[in-house]
Design a protein around this ligand. Structure first.
Ligand code: UT7
Length: 331
């Protein structure tokens, strides 16, 4: 395969989970569901919900502050900010601009990567890596979701699956804690209608009609189709990125898949022929936090020494769109 030029380096890792814990028993008091159903179908036992005085921007900034500290950098050292989120603070401007101000960074460029659902963070790593290749710079990359305020609390089929949270990394051109060896990304736009949150867009703008119909915050999902595609795309993307960087599954210490459902993660693990220890799982404790799942899981795995120097790690994610993205990371 020859020498593969790394995309960029990861210099620090951060995460933030709101304090408020929502158990399955809490949900059973609000809608017609049970701990047994949620556990059996999803493996989720609890999730976190943001407090009233928190917002997408504060979750993102709190995770980013941890990543900056971990990288031994200050807000002044950041040259660009990208926030992957499908639950932004506002339609406009971008959440990343608000994060820049909150952290006290210089007036560096910022942008959100929105609409990629749960694949957003790994896609953002892909985009940030290309930006660094063009011009050496340090980029703060955040995955954040405050889903509890964007879904219908009455829709048991979707509401019980999600939680709020944020994860972040600092990427740079210099030697760091880990090298992003390569990334692969793909999209199947023909599947767009299978998982949508149309609220606030031009198709379903916020107005009297949408408010009266109760249609303003409905996440529409064909769970079965999402399930099947998530398994296929996440395992294929993981294999593809390893081929791209000339490595094999035998070299991999840990796979960090998007955390949507324990059964999806198990199916990916079996399809790839991996042992239980080789796949990171925290969906039981946090539920599906969208684009925050992968960076938060990586932050935890590094903090808890599930990842150590010398380990090859694969991130693989799948979300609305459908979008998928996988990265090979050498610690
Ligand atoms: O990050 C991407 C975001 N989304 C996902 O990853 C979701 C992927 N899909 C899934 O995780 C699963 O498809 C679900 C967990 C959403 C559903 O599991 P399932 O095994 O596919 O169940 P199902 O949709 O076939 O529903 C089975 C039954 C239905 O009742 P009937 O029609 O069989 O009588 C639902 O009405 O379960 C019912 N149901 C519930 N029952 C209790 C749906 N939600 C609930 C609930 N509690 N919360």
């Amino acid at each position: 395969m020859g020498t593969v030029r790394p995309v960029a380096y990861l210099l620090g890792f951060g995460g933030y989970a709101p304090e408020r814990v929502i158990t399955n028993d809490d949900w059973a008091e609000w809608v017609d569901t049970s701990d047994e159903w949620i556990t059996q179908r999803t493996g989720i036992k609890q999730r976190r919900f943001a407090a009233d005085d928190e917002s997408t921007m504060t979750l993102a900034a709190d995770a980013a502050a941890v990543a900056l500290k971990d990288a031994d950098l200050t807000p002044d050292d950041i040259d660009e900010i990208v926030v992957a989120t499908d639950t932004p603070e506002m339609m406009t401007p971008d959440t990343a601009a608000l994060v820049q101000d909150r952290l006290g960074c210089r007036h560096v460029p910022t942008y959100d990567l929105g609409g990629s659902g749960c694949a957003g963070f790994v896609q953002a790593i892909d985009v940030a890596g290309s930006r660094i290749a063009v011009e050496p710079k340090r980029i703060l990359v955040v995955g954040v979701e405050l889903i509890s305020r964007m879904i219908s609390m009455k829709d048991r089929a979707t509401a019980v699956l999600f939680g709020d949270g944020a994860g972040a990394v600092v990427m740079g051109p210099d030697e760091g804690r880990a090298e992003v060896l390569g990334v692969v990304s793909g999209t199947d736009g023909s599947a767009a209608e299978i998982l949508t949150l149309a609220a606030g867009g031009t198709r379903n703008p916020f107005n009297e009609k949408s408010l009266l119909s109760g249609d303003y915050n409905r996440l529409v999902m064909d769970g079965r189709k999402v399930f099947t595609e998530a398994v296929r795309r996440m395992s294929e993307a993981a294999g593809d990125v390893l081929s791209k960087v000339g490595r094999s599954l035998n070299d991999v210490k840990l796979v960090i898949p998007h955390q949507a459902n324990k059964r999806i993660i198990e199916a990916v693990r079996k399809k790839m022929g991996l042992s239980e220890e080789a796949v990171y799982v925290n969906v039981d404790r946090f539920g599906n936090t969208g684009s925050a799942t992968v960076p938060y899981a990586m932050f935890e795995a590094v903090r808890d020494e599930r990842i150590n120097e010398g380990d090859l790690v694969v991130l693989t994610a799948f979300g609305a769109g459908f979008h998928w993205s996988a990265a090979a990371v050498q610690f």
